[in-house]
Design a protein around this ligand. Structure first.
Ligand code: HEC
Length: 103
């Protein structure tokens, strides 16, 4: 393979990865099924100790930090490792970001 062909291959691979951006609507469907019972449909908590995702100051953490809480759990928040794929957790984070500041 020529160097140019290798570069073209690397570029198209990069584009393919970008094309798989997180899908907030899939995240929304999973959220309704698994998360809304505690976090509320619009992110306003049902469970008093859960954070308010609809607050403008919510979710200030970067995606990997939020992903870690979903994967490993924290306090009353259950761990979803083994139950959800990494891809689904990323879709969930994308959905959570749509809830912020929407009350
Ligand atoms: C049984 C109730 C419950 C369920 C179900 C639940 N959570 Fe939570 N979640 C909590 C509580 C309580 C916290 C606060 C944990 C703490 O800090 O003590 C939390 C915290 C979080 C955080 C951390 C927010 C931050 O700013 O650090 C994220 C992200 C999160 N939940 C997402 C989800 C997602 C996505 C789902 C569904 C897959 C889900 N939760 C399901 C109760 C729940």
């Amino acid at each position: 393979m020529t160097r140019r062909a290798a570069l073209a291959g690397a570029l198209s691979l990069a584009c393919a990865v970008t094309a798989q951006a997180a899908d907030p609507s899939n995240g929304g469907a999973i959220y309704q099924r698994l998360c809304a019972q505690c976090h509320g449909m619009r992110g306003q908590p049902v469970l008093p100790v859960a954070p308010d995702f609809s607050s403008p100051t919510a979710l200030m953490k970067a995606d990997p930090a939020l992903l870690a809480v979903i994967r490993d759990g924290r306090g009353a928040m259950p761990a979803y490792q083994g139950q959800l794929r990494e891809r689904e957790m990323l879709d969930l984070v994308a959905h959570l970001r749509t809830l912020r500041g929407r009350r």
